[in-house]
Design a protein around this ligand. Structure first.
Ligand code: NAP
Length: 284
């Protein structure tokens, strides 16, 4: 199948690597000439260009630009496509994109691979990024069955696990498990670097080990992606952040009051619940 990728960065490049290894012919379009050359050299695409007309022969196009560029690039893209082309995107927020694109392009289905890395750009692209990771598709009532099945088949070939949801439920769910963690992790780093004792901060930096690496990873990643999550999923993210602040206050109160029993109960509940999010539930 001829598959187009618009936006050759971490996600677009990684997608290209996997689709080529599945035998698809991958056409890539990106903003910069240099990125197009790198994408070909790295084996992410068969051909690449800054000219969207390259995608005219693609049967399916994945839009993989940063969130703010998805709508503007889509508007330019459709001038080059026959109406039969299936278009999907990989944006981390779905409701605003699906709401704007669906009325303009019948063969559109929103998508979001739940896979990423701290690095960005074409150099960060790796094979098997999506393998055994969730991949959410957000069809709406008007999405043609063909568009759904074509994209589902490609996603299955990536080895990803498909989940269907409405765009709004997707945005509400990812505000908890993806966008809130970015802000919490970013606040953690910001709080640590506010230490004023001159000997303590360098010591803390030297002592930081796996715990800090785990908890700071998503907050120390691509700033553009964090801003986009906040801009496009603002209301659900604010809601999650307010709940989080409430929980943080509860922890502060328990520690101030030295209520170790209640603190123990809360931590025990968290210990029980975490495997439901990480898929590591003990066998019954
Ligand atoms: P990225 O590494 O920064 O790559 C985006 C690429 O898009 C850039 O390399 C840039 O290439 C290209 N681009 C920018 N503006 C463009 C335009 N107007 N026309 C054509 N190409 C353009 O970002 P990413 O992490 O792959 O994220 C891409 C999308 O995936 C975002 O919508 C994000 O929400 C979603 N997503 C990201 C993650 C993650 O963890 N990173 C996970 C799931 C979904 P040039 O070098 O040519 O400028």
């Amino acid at each position: 199948m001829n598959i187009g990728i618009l936006g050759l960065g971490l996600i677009g490049g990684s997608l290209g690597l996997d689709l080529r290894s599945q035998g698809h012919y991958v056409l890539g379009v990106s903003r910069r000439e240099s990125t197009c050359h790198r994408a070909v050299a790295l084996g992410c695409v068969d051909e690449a260009s800054v000219d969207m007309n390259l995608l005219a022969v693609a049967e399916v196009v994945f839009i993989c630009t940063p969130l703010a560029h998805i709508m503007p690039t889509f508007e330019q893209l459709i001038a080059h496509l026959p109406f039969t082309t299936v278009v999907t995107d990989v944006g981390s927020v779905k409701a605003p994109i699906v709401k704007e694109i669906s009325p303009l392009w019948n063969n559109f289905i929103g998508g979001h691979p739940m896979a990423g890395r701290t690095d960005s750009g074409i150099e960060a692209a790796i094979p098997n990024l999506f393998f055994q990771k969730p991949y959410v598709l957000t069809p709406v009532a008007t999405t043609p069955i063909r568009a759904i099945t074509v994209v589902e088949e490609i996603v299955r070939q990536l080895g990803a696990t498909i989940y269907n949801s409405s765009p709004e439920e997707h945005d509400r769910a990812v505000s908890w498990i993806s966008h809130l963690p970015v802000m919490v992790s970013a606040s953690l780093i910001a709080a640590c670097i506010s230490e004023t004792e001159p000997n303590v901060l360098p010591l803390a930096q030297k002592l930081a080990s796996t715990g800090f690496r785990d908890t700071s990873r998503v907050g120390g990643g691509n700033p553009e992606l964090g801003v986009m999550m906040a801009r496009y999923n603002r209301s659900y993210l604010l809601r999650s952040l307010l709940h989080y602040r409430h929980n943080l206050d509860e922890f502060i109160n328990l520690i101030e009051q030295e209520d170790w029993v209640a603190l123990q109960e809360k931590l025990e509940l968290n210990q029980q619940e975490r495997p439901r999010f990480t898929g590591q539930l003990p066998e019954l």
